[in-house]
Write a protein that binds this ligand. Structure first.
Ligand code: UD1
Ligand code: MG
Length: 454
């Protein structure tokens, strides 16, 4: 079957009232990616190239997220929130041409994998009219129950409508359903709202299909992969499950995590081989780490690239645009933003490098600050290869320090320094013999007078 005849509909219009949030539920994040972003990533990876996302009215932030994560996807607005079948109908323009398959996914079920979606799709290819992805829930409360007999799924019963007996069933609806495209519009059109909540339930499609004599099957996934998020506690649970998997994956790929449970990854973190990650390291989005890098404890990285053999931390902070070259060292309490630290350079202690280049093998002394901002604009600092920047230097950008220059400690450097020059940017030291002793005596007298007066 040609893959371009598959359509995925992602339902994302729900407000998620139980989250008690100003944001649409699917804009909440797991591993620094929105819930709907995770779903779009899985769908895009499965070769399904047509995606329709159902959003609520005035969800501009969500619309922008969809455009950014799945540029080809169309957004369809569900005016009122009258249930999951009503939401699917809002995308009717997307299935008017009767695709071969329609996969419906929920924006609040983020961890579903591409492979699992392909398994659902394969069931349709091998003859099923509907394939529902189910899982065995440790606690099924809140989920629709799958009522099956002899391999045929007879009904999905929502918690509110289920009998006490049906509630004991632990085989639950993940929300991911595949439909033979030729039947989809017809089935959807028959769904009513005669249930406890007065909503149009997509899950009713199963009983309708049974009445039509169609084949309805189940495919099973593990619970961690298809758990849905209706509350902030469930959001935290999914985050924890994501992190557990990301840590295992990093170790399988050849990174050592000394205390994996204390390391936090983003959805797109990439680590090379023989990377050592000490405890309590946080990877924000957009981090790529090369081979043999050591990241010492309590470091925080985001939108940063670290090349082979570099050493970071403890307590290093890499902000967006940080590029750490091969074998470079970034030490404790050092913040790097939009700057490249080239091969073998060292920035070891208590330093801020922003909007700058630090050339190969340069050495930046403790307490050095690039003054990159004048309150209006950001300015660049260029430090050539092999430069020595003495401790407590204040580098006022825009500024260029030529290769091999030597900056004496404590300088306020406002003028460019030519290659191999020495720059002294501080007032001259003055020595007064014996004056230390005199001062001490004077202060002691002053203290005695003050105390005597009380
Ligand atoms: C739904 C399923 C339930 C399943 C569970 C899995 C139905 C009726 N119930 O319940 O069987 O076990 O998911 O997590 O389908 N949405 C809209 N418009 C609406 C209503 C919902 O776009 O009018 C979207 C939501 O944004 C959400 C998804 O559909 O992404 C599911 O809605 P939600 O309210 O979370 O349904 P559940 O109660 O979780
Ligand atoms: Mg839900």
């Amino acid at each position: 079957m040609p893959h371009n005849s598959r359509l995925a509909i992602v339902l994302a219009a729900g407000l998620g009232t139980r989250m008690k949030s100003e944001r649409p539920k699917v804009m909440h994040e797991v591993a620094n990616l929105s819930l709907v972003g995770h779903v779009l990533k899985a769908v895009s990876g499965s070769g399904i190239d047509r995606i329709a996302v159902v959003i609520g009215p005035d969800m501009l932030e969500l619309e922008a997220e969809v455009a950014g994560r799945a540029p080809g996807a169309g957004c369809h607005v569900q005016g009122e929130r009258l249930g999951t079948a009503h939401a699917a109908r809002a995308a009717s323009a997307a299935f008017a041409d009767t695709p071969d398959q329609v996969l419906v996914l929920f924006g609040d079920t983020p961890l579903v994998s591409t492979q699992t979606l392909l398994r659902v799709s394969a069931r349709l290819e091998s003859g099923a009219d509907i394939a529902v992805l189910g899982f065995h829930a440790a606690d099924p409360t809140g989920y629709g129950r799958l009522l099956a007999r002899d391999g045929q799924l007879l009904a999905i019963r929502e918690e509110r409508d289920a009998s006490a007996e049906e509630r004991k069933v632990d085989f639950c609806n993940s929300g991911i359903m595949g439909f033979r495209g030729a039947r989809f519009a017809e089935i959807l059109g028959q769904i009513g709202n005669g249930n406890a909540k007065g909503e149009y339930y997509l899950t009713d499609a199963v009983e309708i299909a049974n009445r039509m004599g169609l084949s309805v099957v189940t495919e099973t996934a593990e619970e961690w992969e298809v758990q849905g998020i209706n509350t902030r506690a469930q959001l935290a649970r999914v985050e924890a499950d994501f992190q557990t998997r990301a840590r295992l994956a990093a170790m399988e790929e050849g990174a050592s995590l000394i205390a994996p449970e204390t390391v936090f990854f983003s959805h797109d973190t990439r680590l090379g081989r023989d990377v050592l990650v000490e405890p309590n390291v946080v990877f924000g989005p957009g981090v790529v780490v090369g081979d043999k890098v050591t990241i010492r404890a309590f470091s925080h990285l985001e939108q940063a690239a670290v090349e082979t053999g570099a050493t970071l931390g403890p307590y290093a902070r890499l902000r967006p645009g940080a590029k750490i070259g091969e074998g470079a060292h970034v030490g404790n309490f050092v913040e790097i933003k939009n700057a490249s630290i080239e091969a073998g350079a060292k920035v070891n202690h208590l330093t801020y490098i922003g909007d700058a280049r630090v050339g190969a093998k340069a050495n930046i002394g403790a307490g050095t600050i690039t003054c990159n901002y004048d309150g209006f604009l950001k300015h660049h600092t260029d430090i050539g290869a092999g430069v020595f920047v003495g401790s407590n230097s204040t580098l006022v950008a825009p500024l260029t320090i030529g290769e091999g220059a030597y900056l004496a400690a404590g300088g306020v450097v406002t003028e460019d320094v030519p290659a191999n020059a020495l720059s002294l940017g501080r007032s001259r030291q003055v020595i007064k013999e014996g004056r230390g002793e005199q001062l001490r005596a004077r202060f002691a007298r002053a203290k005695a007078e003050k105390q005597g007066g009380k």
